[in-house]
Design a protein around this ligand. Structure first.
Ligand code: GN1
Ligand code: MG
Length: 364
């Protein structure tokens, strides 16, 4: 039995594990798709190992997940949503009744029911798909807006604290730990030139002008499951970074990850283009789904959200490149530098189109 299969066996699934295959996807956690033969036929589940280098307190990640999935389920029941079990992630308990399994080495694992008949995608192929994804994230935020009780745990402190991300970049440049600063001159200059942008939302948030609420914080299209036959966006996944935040960061991540029709690590930045209709579709889908939960100020700052998050992601990739690729997995030495270039190119395009994007959000 492989180590992952031994761990899968620690969860309360009725039946025999017949296969367990690695499921490539996100950068941070490792996942496997398992198939069980049981009394009610075949059952598929996703086994996940939580990355403890990134999530220092996995128990808090799990506690958030339990609270918020229950809350979303309650909303679905109240709304009489069809097939509610396909619209929210469901944890499979461990054999001792816990929400996760902790190995003797301290590593934390969880098992989720696989949502059958869904597909996910790395890129938005059409404006309609982008609008649908933005609607899914907007509804998710609305469902969480009335989460009772204390705020969710901050699973990664300062996750979207953009000025802090800029300071981390400055420290990485000063330290030049792996001798890569000389080879990244233009990228460092382009990022440090955007110092003012790093404060564009942070200052307003600290003055209390932007509501803090539970947000997703990794709102890329790959984190939405679409119904394979109808194309309806069913379920928002990757809930590890759901924590208090601001809605504009989620909108920013949607634009960052969908507007360009190119992979995040496209090696040729000249192939990055800005699809204005996709931006419009995202704004439309998000505004529609959020309704009155999005303030007039937030609405007017949607294009700023896109710039801030694209800048922040560029700073994060560049910092990691300069620190020797400790956070994001890479396949070749300049991988994080290439990712930085695509983000910087996209940021430039967003800035060049600023007036047009503002006109669009004002007109909706
Ligand atoms: C990471 O692991 P994944 O692919 O879901 C990262 C996000 C980045 C994203 C870039 C916890 O997400 O913040 O935007 O890569 N997640 C974490 O693709 O750092
Ligand atoms: Mg993620």
């Amino acid at each position: 039995m492989s180590p992952a299969a031994a761990i899968a066996d620690r969860f309360a699934v009725d039946g025999r594990l017949v296969s367990l295959e690695p499921k490539p996807g996100g950068h941070i956690n490792d996942s496997w798709l398992g198939v069980w033969d049981g009394p009610h036929g075949r059952r598929r589940c996703l086994l996940q190992h939580i990355n403890r280098f990134v999530f220092r307190r996995p128990e808090e990640v799990m506690a958030n997940m339990v609270r918020l999935t229950r809350h979303v389920s309650a909303h679905l029941t109240r709304e009489s949503a069809p097939e509610p079990e396909r619209r929210v992630l469901r944890l499979v308990p461990s054999r001792d009744g816990g929400t996760h399994h902790r190995e003797s080495d301290g590593e934390v694992w969880r098992l989720l029911d696989w949502i059958e008949g869904t597909r996910s995608t790395e890129r938005a192929t059409t404006s309609a798909e982008a609008r649908a994804a933005a609607g899914a994230f907007g509804r998710f935020l609305r469902q969480l807006a009335d989460l009772p009780g204390p705020p969710l745990h901050e699973t990664i402190p300062g996750f979207h604290d953009t000025p802090k991300r800029l300071r981390a970049l400055e420290r990485a440049v000063a330290a030049d730990a792996v001798g890569r600063v000389a080879g990244a001159g233009p990228e460092i200059e382009a990022a440090l030139d955007r110092r003012a942008l790093s404060r564009a939302l942070a200052d307003r948030a600290s003055r209390g002008e932007l509501v803090r609420r539970p947000t997703h914080n990794d709102a890329k299209i790959a984190n939405v499951l679409f119904d394979t036959s109808t194309g309806e966006p069913l379920c928002v996944v990757d809930l590890d970074t759901v924590m208090p935040g601001i809605a504009l960061h989620d909108f920013g991540d949607m634009v960052r990850s969908m507007v360009a029709d190119a992979a995040e690590d496209e090696p040729d930045p000249s192939r990055i283009t800005l699809r204005v209709p996709v931006f419009e579709a995202l704004a439309r889908g998000f505004i529609e789904a959020m309704g009155a939960d999005l303030s007039p100020l937030e609405r007017s700052l949607l294009p700023t959200g896109a710039c801030v998050i694209t800048f922040e992601q560029a700073a994060r990739f560049l910092t990691d490149h300069l620190e020797g690729d400790r956070y994001y997995p890479v396949t070749h030495p300049d991988h994080n530098l290439e990712r930085t270039r695509t983000q910087l190119r996209l940021l430039q395009l967003l800035e060049d189109h600023d007036a047009e994007l503002r006109r669009i959000t004002e007109s909706l």
